[in-house]
Design a protein around this ligand. Structure first.
Ligand code: ZN
Length: 488
């Protein structure tokens, strides 16, 4: 097994990765709240932890990867106020909340497939773990770190902070939080404004509510991750990941909840990816610059100069280290598009090279450099630059300035296939896109035959073609100067 080093947010340093029960690894990552289309902000955690999942498996670990779906309890404001995000969408669209959840979960999965993100081992829903969440609350209450008031249960941050340290993960200090939140302390029933809800009593019109010994209500958002991570990975597990935007309050509250309930910290290594910006600005729905992945792939957004292939996006993200900031712009994406092409072209050249008796290039050294970079806290940016160096060597062999023997050639092919396709996952959807393009061209061709038939007044053939394509789910619209089609 390779020595893998990982930056641990809670200790703020790189540590040698030592799982609790090797070769098994438990990995938990906060997934999406499914109330809208996935956008660029969703891609970085998805791809970062997909890379981690793939790499850990590649170096021999047996990984159980849990990525949750939040479908209840995520309110509009972090201060336990506002409407539930799912319920709000259901109200506006006049749907059942679970219809909203199913629809956007399906859309999210489709986008993840396009990005060649592997499916997690378990994908639990918060709404499917209400009983477990209630049990967890009871433990926290029993241990004295929560209080009930008017049918709601809140976490007692001040009490917890006496025995443990609240703010350990994010580096915040309770005293600062006190002065920050004092002004906001209005009509709240909480003892302190920084206390957070474990269970909220629901108003009668609230759509999603469950009975409990405290009230008919719903769990607080932070609770589900403490509960589902320990349920599926054990009271102590290896890695917890998510975007850095979740560090506070979400993950800080998770640390507090798990410690309060279990008497010990659950997570060995906390791992956070940095955020993405768009043309140098923070991205968000409320800022009007959140581009959905569908818009991104179709190019149908005013900020996009063209459509971008999912693999361009994937490569763009992998070209930066996951802890550095990453700015989306048309220029940067087009550079990534060219960069990926250069890498894949180099691999095509590699497949064509004929071996010689001796080698002028050092494949072992290149391989070691690639692993060294990956083992250094998943430095995909550095690994890709080594792979580019290798492409230069490959091109020099192709142009007759160097040579490679049979053994080295096979090793080099293996290295590129396992890094570019296996670890970086830069393959399948590209082929899928090729197929998509091909079927598009075939439909055009058939419809041109149909036009030809119409011109020859062979309306039966024209009609047959239309009916057959309709059956396949292809809708045809005749235009004055030709046709339009779309897949239903
Ligand atoms: Zn979470």
């Amino acid at each position: 097994m390779q020595d893998f080093y990982i930056y641990n947010t809670i200790t703020r340093k790189k540590e040698k990765f030592e799982p609790i029960n090797p070769p098994h690894v438990g990995l938990y990552v906060c997934g999406p709240t499914v109330y809208g289309n996935a956008h660029l902000g969703h891609t970085r955690p998805a791809i970062t932890f997909d890379l981690l999942f793939r790499y850990l498996k590649h170096i021999g670990y047996n990984v159980r990867y849990v990525r949750n779906i939040t479908d209840v309890g995520h309110l509009e404001s972090d201060a336990d106020e506002g409407e539930d995000k799912i319920a709000k969408r259901a109200r506006i669209e006049k749907l059942e909340p679970m219809e909203v959840v199913q629809y956007y979960t399906n859309r999210y999965h489709q986008n993840m497939r396009q990005l060649n993100v592997l499916e997690p081992s378990i994908e639990p829903h918060a709404s499917g773990h209400i009983i477990e969440q209630q049990e967890f609350i009871k433990k926290i209450l029993e241990n004295g770190y929560a209080y009930e008031i008017n049918g709601s249960v809140y976490f007692d941050v001040e009490k917890y902070n006496k025995n443990y340290r609240y703010g350990k993960l994010s580096g915040r200090v309770l005293e600062d939080l006190k002065s920050d939140t004092r002004q906001l302390d209005g009509q709240s029933e909480k003892k302190n404004p920084f206390d957070f809800a474990l269970w909220k009593k629901a108003s009668p019109e609230h759509i999603m509510q469950w009975s409990s010994e405290w009230s008919s209500g719903f769990p607080g958002w932070h609770l589900e991750c403490s509960v589902m991570s320990t349920k599926y990975l054990g009271e102590q597990f290896d890695i917890h990941g998510g975007g850095i935007d979740l560090l506070f309050p979400h993950h800080e509250c998770e640390v507090a909840q798990s410690t309060a309930a279990l008497g010990k910290e659950s997570v060995r290594y906390w791992m956070h990816n940095n955020l993405v910006t768009l043309n140098g600005r923070k991205m968000g729905k409320s800022l009007g610059n959140a581009i959905s992945l569908d818009e991104f792939f179709s190019g149908d957004h005013k900020l996009l100069k063209k459509p971008y292939h999912p693999m361009t996006l994937r490569f763009f993200i992998l070209q930066a280290h996951y802890r550095s900031t990453l700015d989306f712009s048309n220029e940067a994406l087009q550079a990534a598009e060219k960069g990926l092409e250069r890498l894949l072209d180099g691999m095509k050249t590699l497949e064509k090279i004929k071996p010689s008796a001796k080698s002028t290039l050092n494949v072992t050294e290149l391989k070691e450099k690639c692993y060294k970079a990956m083992n250094d806290d998943l430095n995909s940016a550095m690994t890709i630059s080594h792979l580019y160096d290798g492409i230069r060597l490959i091109n020099s062999v192709e142009s007759g300035k160097g040579s490679i023997n049979d053994n080295d050639l096979n090793e080099l092919k293996d290295l590129y296939r396992s890094f570019v396709f296996g670890i970086f996952g830069l393959d399948t959807p590209r082929n899928a896109k090729g197929e998509e393009e091909l079927s598009g061209k075939l439909i055009d061709m058939i419809l041109n035959f149909r036009l030809e038939a119409q011109k020859n007044k062979d309306f039966q053939t024209s009609d047959n073609i239309r009916k057959t394509l309709n059956k396949l789910g292809i809708e045809i619209k005749d235009k004055k100067d030709g046709f339009e089609w779309k897949i239903r």
